[in-house]
Design a protein around this ligand. Structure first.
Ligand code: AMP
Length: 395
């Protein structure tokens, strides 16, 4: 079956058409600047990217252009939309309602809307993608795959904040966690590579991208994860602060004369390694800067790696041990320096790093030595393929 995977944001949209039998992406791309002017990027497998400026006042036009590109006589990858068996949608927040992927019905849409409060920037945009696909491809099954669902197995002791309990009861304030599709995909792949049943392994996944989170898995279930009610908690990220003393918010608000929105903007967009380095949120720039003697770039990398190591240490305690640690996402897959810095803190676990393997890039790698007590892998994530698989399983 061919599955169209859609990740719809407020002004952009990423897509892939995947053949579920071969698990190959037939075409990938994105629509940018929806509602502003509009640009379609379309890349059939094995070909160069084609970029076209096209007026996209709404997501309606954007998705129509994607469908036109996929079926285009010159460089399309399918003859007609009849070949598309189903559409899989990334939905950011499923609250406590959704513990797994579901086929989208009117009731499901209403239930997702009830979670909009928890992800006001993402969920409404995700639903626009759903509704547009329903309109442009009537009768095709649409499936919702939630970023939060994988983490719904966390026990109450892990998801409950030290706040008045009524906030949980009244407003559902608790830890949810994100990047669930990636943590699910990578942890299952890790078990496959190790060749042991998923349920028998203690696995820690470090999804280190521009947004970054860690999860701890035992007995086949997610036991804890670093992101919280929103993706702001946990690790120091590209531009997000991660964990801070909450009192800093009041302190800085007074000093800088900022309101809540201003503070949230600082914590989400001007903090993290970007804020520390005052240089870039991109680790390629940070490494280059640090190598050229930029102390703040060096410090940003150290703060990042130290926080990752502290989280791994705390999750080893939460799991009472660890069998496998897996690095994934942009930094996890491509930044050997950061992996080495993180693993440098974990010698006490009996981890020993194979420097040569760690120096490689790009594919699945075992980066611990044969005698290391914990197996450490680099496993490229593939959220689109995970969404495709979840979609096929349901339709
Ligand atoms: P993601 O959010 O998973 O797409 O990750 C994006 C981030 O990965 C970028 O902002 C960079 O910080 C990092 N990244 C990507 N490629 C490299 C690389 N070759 N070396 C170091 N960091 C990289």
């Amino acid at each position: 079956m061919k599955v169209l995977v859609i990740n719809c944001g407020s002004s952009s949209l990423k897509y892939q058409l995947i053949d579920s039998e071969t698990e190959e992406a037939l075409a990938t791309g994105l629509c940018e600047r929806i509602g502003i002017d509009g640009r379609l990027v379309y890349q059939p497998a094995g070909c160069d990217k084609i970029k076209t400026d096209l007026a996209m006042p709404t997501h309606n036009e954007a998705i129509q252009f994607v469908l036109d590109a996929l079926t285009n006589a010159d460089n399309g990858v399918i003859k007609s939309l009849d070949e598309v068996g189903a559409i899989g949608h990334r939905i950011v927040h499923g609250g406590e309602k959704f513990t797994k992927s579901v086929v989208i019905t009117d009731e499901v849409i209403a239930a997702i809307e009830e979670c909009n409060d928890l992800a006001p920037l993402h969920n409404p945009a995700n639903l626009i993608g759903v509704r547009t696909c329903q309109k442009l491809m009537p009768g095709k099954p649409n499936v919702a795959v939630f970023d939060t669902a994988f983490h719904q197995t966390m026990p109450a002791k892990a998801f409950t904040y030290g706040l008045p309990y009524e906030y949980y009861e009244k407003y559902a304030v608790r830890r949810y966690g994100f990047h669930g599709t990636s943590h699910d995909f990578v942890s299952h792949r890790a078990a496959e590579i190790v060749g042991k049943p998923y349920e028998d392994l203690k696995i820690i996944v470090a999804h280190l991208g521009n947004g970054a989170s860690i999860s701890a898995i035992k007995d086949g279930k997610c036991q804890d994860t670093s992101m919280g009610l929103t993706p702001l908690e946990g690790l120091v990220m590209g531009t997000r602060s991660g964990d801070i003393d909450p009192s800093i918010m009041e302190f800085i608000a007074k000093k800088e004369n900022l309101d809540i929105a201003g503070i949230m903007n600082v914590l989400n967009k001007q903090s993290g390694v970007q804020g520390i380095s005052q240089l870039s949120s991109d680790f390629r720039d940070l490494e280059e800067g640090a190598n050229a003697g930029n102390d703040k770039a060096q410090l940003a990398m150290e703060v990042f790696a130290y926080r990752v190591a502290k989280y791994i240490g705390s999750y080893v305690a939460a799991l009472n041990g660890v069998d496998v640690i897996a690095f994934t996402a942009g930094i996890g897959e491509n930044a050997p320096t950061i992996r080495k810095m993180v693993l440098g803190y974990l010698g006490y676990l009996g981890i020993s790093v194979n420097e040569e393997e760690n120096g490689k890039r790009g594919d699945e790698l075992l980066i611990s030595t044969a005698d290391s007590k914990v197996k450490v892998y680099v496993i490229p994530t593939n959220e689109e393929l995970a969404i495709c698989r979840a979609t096929v399983a349901l339709v």
